[in-house]
Write a protein that binds this ligand. Structure first.
Ligand code: C2E
Ligand code: MG
Ligand code: MG
Ligand code: MG
Length: 286
């Protein structure tokens, strides 16, 4: 059981949780209680448009503020939520919360989009589209301002069904990003079969960017390929000015990472966007 769900699950056991089913069960129970108590919160990480220097979007990232243990990272509890079925109510909540925050944000910053990570399990559920539509309608938010982040593992296993689902999302006006691009092992042919708007280059390719020539070659190739397919590119995990400059030379479209900003609480995000706006007005684009 421990290794069933791969590395994430395994890593969980090495953080002092123990490796027997009882501890796993306890953690599931804790997760369920945390959800009921409202211990989850969405943080938002800005994404910078390198051409206009505006913030084009924010990515919603879930946080679990555990009463005793402080922050627990989504890399740890999302896999557990997926295994226990809790991913469904949690994802429903994420979608609703992200839409409500987007609605408020756009009163002040109408150009900002909201990007939401979608678990493969949630994406495959039969009522996924219907629930999403209902949420968008009830909040009355513009679907053109919503982007969904899916990994290759979310869309590849059921390619035919995924094409249909992604096409429906596109007709609704929603845009599609492929997250962690470059880490999957699937064939690249899906890129032109699926209606994809954005590729997010995984941070493992960005990290060594200033040091190794080979990684630059990969990043270069991804950007060129994406652009020739009319797909835009986000670089994830940009931390330094050097990385930023290299990505600018390579005509990367958008950057996200600590170099621009950490993920922020909704309150901090308002302050950040105000500050960024003021700054952009004072320093106009060349
Ligand atoms: P992701 O979607 O690829 O998110 C990017 C991760 O990189 C985030 O970690 C973010 O905090 C981190 N990051 C951002 N900038 C930098 C940087 O400059 N340097 C470094 N080293 N890291 C940076 P986080 O928030 O811990 O999330 C981890 C993963 O958990 C996400 O990867 C995503 O797969 C998943 N996740 C997070 N929130 C949600 C959610 O609401 N729903 C679902 N289904 N999955 C989520
Ligand atoms: Mg993401
Ligand atoms: Mg990613
Ligand atoms: Mg990731």
């Amino acid at each position: 059981q421990a290794k069933k769900n791969g590395r994430n699950q395994y890593a969980l056991y090495h953080d002092g949780m123990g490796s027997d089913g009882k501890h796993l069960f306890q953690l599931e129970t804790a997760l369920r209680k945390a959800f009921d108590r409202g211990e989850f919160e969405l943080y938002y990480q800005p994404q910078l448009d390198m051409k206009t220097k505006q913030i084009r979007a924010v990515e919603a990232l879930i946080r679990w503020k555990h009463s005793g243990k402080g922050f627990i990272s989504p890399g740890k509890f999302i896999p557990l939520a997926e295994e226990s079925g809790l991913i469904t109510p949690i994802s429903d909540w994420i979608m609703m919360q992200a839409c409500e925050h987007l609605k408020q944000l756009q009163l002040h910053f109408p150009y900002v989009k909201m990007s939401v990570n979608i678990s493969p399990i949630y994406f495959q559920q039969i009522d996924f589209l219907e629930k999403l539509q209902k949420t968008i309608e009830s909040v009355n938010v513009n679907p053109r301002s919503i982007e969904l982040e899916l990994t290759e593992s979310a869309v590849m296993p059921h390619a035919e069904q995924s094409v249909a689902r992604l096409t429906t999302l596109k007709t609704m006006g929603i845009s599609i990003a492929i997250d962690d691009f470059g880490t999957g092992f699937s064939s690249l042919s899906y890129l032109h079969r699926f209606p994809i708007d954005v590729l997010k280059i995984d941070q493992s390719f960005i990290k060594p960017l200033s040091r190794y020539q080979e990684d630059l070659a990969i990043v270069k190739a991804i950007i060129m390929m994406a652009h020739s397919l009319q797909i835009q590119v986000v670089a994830e995990g940009v931390e330094t000015e050097k990385q930023y400059q290299i990505l600018e030379e390579q005509r990367c479209d958008f950057v996200q990472g600590y170099y621009v900003s950490n993920p922020l609480s909704i309150g901090e995000l308002y302050e950040f966007l105000e500050m960024w706006n003021d700054f952009c007005e004072k320093v106009p684009n060349e």
